[in-house]
Design a protein around this ligand. Structure first.
Ligand SMILES: Nc1ncnc2c1ncn2[C@@H]1O[C@H](COP(=O)(O)OP(=O)(O)O)[C@@H](O)[C@H]1O
Ligand SMILES: [Mg+2]
Length: 454
């Protein structure tokens, strides 16, 4: 290359410099398309729920191209100049320009299909998969046309002056496709994709729960309105309103018998509701059976750590993944649970009944994590445990939140639960009597008196 560079005229060299930039961007994009295909296969073969965060990063990357171009497709300097020089290229170039605009729309459709796929798993898988294949095929075709037709023609027809003008558009950063700043942004986006891609697919496999994408953060995940639940004739929950946003820890405190467990069981579908509305990510839960709710990511750790005492720790964990297809991913997840709770690795061949109370609580939580929760419902995880173990359990809850999980924490241990929470609710005899941020509730007189013994 160096030798060749020495032989060509300086302006020509600049032409090649432009082409190299374009080709490099194409290669980057091509690798991302390959990755999309791999992820799609993974989803079909392993029946693995798509990684929302990773797909989100990929779509962001591609959208970066399309955002740049979509509002101003005629601004691509190379296209402009080539149109002037070669009338026969105009139909193709216009088609490619239109491709950018259509690509932009298709990308929004893909994001929606992904969202539907997450909510209606596994029913939405096929539509999302098809969307992905169509999209990657179209992108590949686009790149091939640019490389196979546009660039050779540009090489033949553009003058030194033309290349200069393209190059200066690039350097002044006003080229929508490969201005300097644009490329800088691409680099960051690509880095994010590589970090999130699992190791077996050639990425860095950065550990993350991957259930909550950045654009979901802060959005309402669970909405409960006017909920009434009864046991036979006895109404236990009266017009309960609760809302949980993605990424939050929300604590529910209240005395024994207030209806906390009943509320959790109503959310997970183990207890029917009499009246009211419950929505999870915008979907009406009334029509969703309990086992289907687990598939959607609503996973409960019941009160009193109900592990299968005459089964091994390992088998208990495996059972947690029962709603998911068999796959190597399940082993990966077991490893992830072990790294969160090292004691479970150590005791993996012990019967669950041989574990201490704290260890059983960890097993119950580990088993819930195997179902890959998006909303984790924890029913009094600290009950009956020693202070040090309680601290350990709450520390893990905090870690899960940091990884993006949304947590609804039910506790009688109000001080610690509220200290940990973003927001909290106080339930008294089946009614929400107070709500606020964790801090607000901790400093509330009534709460201090009734629940903190101060
Ligand atoms: N299976 C059941 N059948 C009848 N009543 C129940 C049942 N479970 C709970 N209850 C009653 O419902 C009320 C709320 O119970 P629960 O939700 O377990 O409260 P908490 O979890 O806040 O201690 C209590 O009065 C309790 O006696
Ligand atoms: Mg309870």
């Amino acid at each position: 290359m160096t030798q060749e560079q020495n032989q060509v005229a300086p302006t020509r060299l600049r032409g090649e410099q432009v082409i190299r930039t374009i080709v490099r961007e194409h290669q980057g994009l091509w690798r991302i398309i390959d990755l999309m295909d791999l992820l799609e296969q993974d989803m079909n073969i392993n029946a693995a729920l798509p990684d929302e965060l990773l797909f989100g990063a990929i779509f962001d990357y591609i959208q970066h191209f399309s955002n740049r171009v979509h509002s101003q497709p005629t601004e691509i300097r190379l296209y402009q100049l080539l149109k002037e020089k070669s009338a026969e290229s105009i139909p193709l170039l216009e088609k490619l320009e239109k491709g950018y605009v259509i690509g932009h729309e298709k990308l929004q459709e893909l994001r929606q299909l992904l969202k539907d796929c997450m909510i209606h798993w596994p029913d939405g898988r096929e539509a999302f998969g098809h969307g992905l294949s169509r999209f990657s095929a179209a992108l590949r075709k686009h790149i091939k046309k640019e490389e196979g037709v546009v660039i050779p023609r540009a090489r033949d027809l553009l003058t030194d002056e033309d290349w200069d003008s393209i190059l200066s558009a690039r350097d002044q950063q006003d080229d929508p496709l490969f201005g300097d700043r644009v490329r800088e942004e691409f680099r960051d986006l690509r880095h994010k994709i590589i970090s999130l891609t699992p190791e077996r697919l050639g990425g860095l496999g950065l550990a993350h729960t991957g259930r909550v994408t950045a654009h979901h953060e802060g959005q309402e995940m669970l909405s409960i309105k006017n909920l009434v639940t009864s046991y036979g004739q006895i109404e236990v929950l009266h017009d309960v309103d609760i809302s949980i946003n993605a990424g939050e820890i929300v604590s529910l405190v209240g005395a024994n018998g207030a209806g906390k467990s009943t509320l959790l069981m109503t959310i997970s579908g183990l207890q029917p509701m009499d009246k009211g509305q419950m929505q999870f990510n915008g979907e009406d839960l009334a029509k969703v059976a309990a086992d289907k709710r687990v598939g959607k990511g609503i996973v409960q750790v019941p009160e009193g750590r109900q592990v299968f005492k005459d089964m091994t720790v390992y088998d208990n964990l495996l059972l947690g993944a029962y709603t998911r297809g068999k796959s190597t991913e399940i082993q990966d997840d077991i490893e992830r649970v072990y790294s969160k709770f090292p004691i479970l690795r150590q005791k993996r061949y012990n019967l669950a009944g041989e574990l201490s109370g704290g260890q059983q609580q960890m097993l119950a939580m580990g088993r819930a994590l195997m179902a890959r929760p998006r909303l984790l419902l924890l029913d009094e995880p600290s009950m009956g445990l020693a202070p040090l173990i309680i601290e350990e359990i709450f520390e893990i809850v905090r870690e899960l939140k940091d990884e993006g999980m949304t947590i609804f924490l039910v506790e009688q241990n109000a001080s610690q639960a509220l200290a940990l929470a973003d927001r909290g609710y106080v339930l008294e005899t089946g009614q929400v009597v107070l709500q606020g941020t964790g801090k607000e509730l901790l400093s509330n007189e009534k709460v201090r008196e009734a629940y903190l013994g101060m």
